[in-house]
Design a protein around this ligand. Structure first.
Ligand SMILES: Nc1nc2c(ncn2[C@@H]2O[C@H](COP(=O)(O)OP(=O)(O)O)[C@@H](O)[C@H]2O)c(=O)[nH]1
Ligand SMILES: [Mg+2]
Length: 304
């Protein structure tokens, strides 16, 4: 590592829910540090995803989407998204190809007017454009609202135009040392990552209000007494109502079995060992609006 040419810094990724922020951060890190689903508000906490190469180390902050919050959890998530822009070197404002600036985006951009940092306009999901030229309209509308430092139509899924964005991020980062060890890819514990992996499976297997009503907590991880090549993981899925508990368990336990089977692959990767997983489902009424419950479930004001 050559100190005088090495670049290192912090980049916040903000935007509406579901535009692809977590997909982007995972891609840059080269590893899954944030879960993904097509449900809005998948990401609930601020998550650092660390990208390290011979040229640079970039700590990307993935954020919950900024949206009109109707619960205390939602308000904490929006707060976390704005907080994430403090102390960074540059902000990626992510949106998708739309014909008019969306109201949600207008509000975010209004809030960004206070910052002196370079803000890049990143328009993700260009693979969904019917005609490439339609992107010009999106660019014109958004750039008329905000003095962006650069404009990047990209597709994370199809890996389109990502190098250009990457190179421009490097130009605005300062020269500096590595702040994190090479092997570190996230600032969250294995417990957190495992809880998130289980929550992701539930998000992808359930519908309507269930995805928004669950929280997953890992209660314990320990080496299996009978076979030390295994680790035993004990986790609890919290729901808001009895009817939701029934759905998560499923007919004859079919749903909880599927959640378990789908989660084990990810947990093996996180822990680097074989895994036994024990899942419980508990009802915690209205936890999303109870400050104490939220904090106990890991959604503290500082952490979210
Ligand atoms: N078509 C398309 N879909 C994408 C792209 N990037 C992400 N997605 C999808 O958009 C959805 C939301 O992604 P996610 O990263 O969770 O969005 P976030 O809420 O902004 O973090 C998921 O279904 C992703 O697979 C892309 O470049 N093209
Ligand atoms: Mg996300």
């Amino acid at each position: 590592m050559q100190i005088d040419t090495y670049k290192s810094g912090f980049v916040a990724v903000i935007g509406r829910p579901n535009v692809g922020k977590s997909t982007f951060v995972n891609h840059m890190v080269g590893k899954k540090v944030a879960i993904i689903s097509n449900k809005p508000q998948t990401t609930r906490n601020r998550i650092l995803g660390i990208h390290t190469t011979d040229r640079a180390q970039i700590a990307f902050t993935d954020t919950p989407g900024i949206h009109k919050a109707s619960t205390e959890l939602g308000r904490r998530m929006v707060h976390a998204s704005y907080e994430a822009t403090n102390g960074v070197d540059c902000i990626l404002f992510m949106t998708t190809p739309v014909k008019e600036v969306l109201r949600g985006d207008e509000i975010i951009l209004e809030n960004l007017k206070k910052t002196k940092l370079p803000v890049f306009l990143v328009i993700n999901k260009v693979d969904q454009l019917k005609r490439w030229n339609d992107i010009d309209l999106t660019i014109a509308k958004y750039t008329s609202l905000y003095p962006f430092a650069g404009v990047y139509p990209i597709s994370v899924l199809e890996k389109k135009n990502l190098e250009h964005l990457y190179e421009d991020i490097l130009t605005v980062l300062p020269f500096g040392p590595k702040y994190y060890p090479d092997e570190m890819t996230s600032d969250h514990s294995n417990r957190f990552l495992i809880g998130e992996a289980i929550r992701e499976k539930i998000l992808n297997l359930t519908h309507e209000e269930i995805p928004h009503s669950i929280a997953c907590v890992v209660d314990d991880i320990k080496v299996c007494i009978d076979n030390s090549s295994y680790q035993d993981v004990y986790a609890t899925i919290y729901v808001e109502r009895d009817s939701q508990k029934k759905i998560i368990i499923g007919k004859n336990g079919a749903m909880i079995k599927e959640i378990k089977e789908k989660s084990i692959g990810d947990i093996k990767k996180i822990l680097g060992s074989k895994v036994h997983l024990e899942l419980w489902v508990k009802v915690k009424k209205d936890w999303k609006d109870r400050p104490n419950d939220l904090s106990n479930l890991g959604y503290t004001i500082d952490n979210v």
